[in-house]
Design a protein around this ligand. Structure first.
Ligand code: NAD
Ligand code: MG
Length: 287
């Protein structure tokens, strides 16, 4: 492969992956995101807020005036501390909640620790997710992979919503993270893709149940975004081509996803927006 038609240099990590070894470094909006007070005084729990899309959301929310709690796996402590530094730089609080969300009790404790640290909860961003793409066929899907994908992407989402509900008042919202994979599933990601389709379904269902309480529920569906998840779960052939097949011809950066999460969390801007999926896909269809 020549350098001209290569999206990213070949690189591999083990899950969950870290930011520091990535080449090039992702853009989380550190030098570009400007807040406008859209989330003044709000309190958000962002799962997987240590890195990638979650870090970009944490930085944007802080600059919009929100305090945040971020959850992550214990081995991602260095990434979590980097996110916290950016949040604290604009005098917002960042509560660090390490823990494995594939465990029900950890999900419930994560919400409680966030609520304690923030003094309440207005936004739950279910962003933590897992995939494994180093395989070609359904024949290669292991039961361990299935368990990890389903528990991280679906079970944890339900447990986190259950734990958060008693704390969410009218005007608060839940934002789930779907994927282009819900609409255009890849063979290698069939288990992951199915969880993202289920997350869309859960989003409209929860929006219907929680609407009467004044709680909005939406999802963001990213396309190919340059985050640690990619070198940690995709083979090198995919890394080198990552994002080149989108209409915009490139992968997106985490920073390019954050404004969608700000819009959906804003009780003013998105006051009548619930049960919808907002695509940030570089032009790929989300219908
Ligand atoms: P990322 O690796 O930076 O973030 C995923 C995070 O999930 C990790 O940082 C980790 O903290 C968390 N996580 C995973 N398993 C966990 C567990 N068992 N317990 C606690 N936390 C756990 O990658 P990202 O791409 O920013 O992923 C964020 C979300 O975006 C995921 O839901 C992913 O499916 C979705 N997404 C990503 C892309 C993409 O191209 N990067 C595309 C579509 C959707
Ligand atoms: Mg991470």
């Amino acid at each position: 492969m020549t350098e001209e038609n290569q999206a990213f240099p070949a690189q591999q990590q083990e899950p969950p992956g870290l930011t520091a070894p990535m080449e090039p470094q992702p853009d989380h909006g550190e030098t570009s995101y400007t807040g406008h007070g859209r989330l003044d005084g709000m309190r958000a729990l962002i799962t997987g807020g240590d890195s990638g899309i979650g870090r970009a959301v944490a930085i944007a929310y802080a600059r919009e005036g929100a305090d945040v709690a971020i959850s992550y796996l214990p081995e991602e402590q260095e990434d979590a501390e980097e996110t916290a530094r950016w949040v604290e730089r604009v005098q917002r609080r960042c509560v660090l909640v390490p823990g494995d969300l594939t465990q029900e009790d950890v999900c419930r404790q994560t919400v409680e620790r966030a609520v304690e640290g923030l003094g309440g909860l207005d936004v739950l961003v279910n962003n933590a997710g897992y995939q494994m793409a180093r395989r070609d066929s359904v024949a290669d899907v292991t039961t361990d992979d299935l368990d990890r994908v389903m528990r991280t992407n679906l079970y944890a989402l339900v447990w986190l919503v259950q734990a958060a509900l008693p704390h969410l008042e009218s005007g608060s919202s839940i934002i789930n993270v779907s994927s282009i994979q819900a609409y255009q599933p890849s063979n290698a990601l069939l288990d992951y893709a199915s969880t993202k389709a289920a997350i869309n379904n859960l989003t409209v269902n929860l929006a219907a149940e929680l609407g009467p309480k004044g709680i909005r529920v939406n999802a963001v569906a990213p396309g190919p975004i340059w985050t640690p998840l990619q070198p940690a779960t995709q083979p090198n052939e995919k890394i080198e081509q990552f994002g080149l097949d989108t209409p915009l011809g490139r992968a997106g950066q985490p920073a390019e996803c954050a404004p969608a999460f700000v819009f959906l969390a804003s009780p003013r801007d998105a006051s009548y927006v619930s049960g919808t999926v907002l695509g940030v896909t570089g032009g790929k269809p989300v219908f």
